[in-house]
Design a protein around this ligand. Sequence first.
Ligand SMILES: [Mn+2]
Length: 333
Amino acid sequence: MDLSDFDPDGPNGDTLFGLPHPVDEAAVVVLPVPWDATTSYRQGTSRAPQAVLEASGQLDLYDLETREAWREGIAMAPEDPRVRSWSEVASAAVAEARATEGPAREAAAARADACAEQLTAWLDHEVSGLASQGRIPAVLGGDHSVPLGAVMAAARANPGLGVLHVDAHLDLRVAYEGFTHSHASILHNVLERAEDLASVVHVGIRDVCRPEWHRVHEDGRLHAFSDPMLAKELARGTTWDALVQSILAPLPDRVWISFDIDGLDPSLCPTTGTPVPGGLSWGQMTTLLAALAASGRRIVGFDLCEVGPGEWDAIVGARVLYKLATWAITTRG
Ligand SMILES: [Mn+2]
């Protein structure tokens, strides 16, 4: 679009990052999903899309790494009212399931999962449409159960897709608390339902259950770079740059990034749903993304989940969103 009347260095409107691009002219379309139905520790990530939108205005558009990639446009789609209503019905069903036992519990859990299926079908449709237009889909959760349909659509549009998964948790549980569509099961569900995935690389992992850890070693598609392993290698004198090359090695040419903010050090996400000590520093995360882009791989889309509702969390979340979006634009060529 014509940006001659736009001053990128001045204060701008209340759009995402203050950018002027309409949704149908932006390279990156951010789909807001205010949903935290199955959050097991503390709620609030459903407020992240609005909090990140509000915090995004304080960021300088000129980025020291991605320069003026923003010129291609990053826009947030309006919230779809159906998403909020599915989330509300699902949250009530989850609360009911937790308060009962036996068949009543199973029935309530099934109702929660049915709402999540509606969200999954909706995101699959939306992301398929964006991918077919050559645009970059982005999902802003919400908890980490949210992006299943988006990854399914991206995998269909990009056969042999890889997933770079930044998280404190593996999220490989077959179900959690009786819910198929749990935030603790997103990667299991992606592996079950996204077609023809080449590999999944997990980074920042430091809170797992034993069956999840076994599965990582049994499934040849999965590659985990745990937080203790990374800390040990750094302590031995291995450079972060060398570790980044190891992390990227299993990824194919086309990559979806599933970014749970709790993969970062909790000082960067103090009000996230399930904070865990350890994690990637800001600089480790930005150098990882920069190396991914420099490797010639293409970021075909991404999700950012579990951003807490606090002001600082929203500021960090907005900046992670900006790095992801502008690197994705850069790698589109
Ligand atoms: Mn997590």
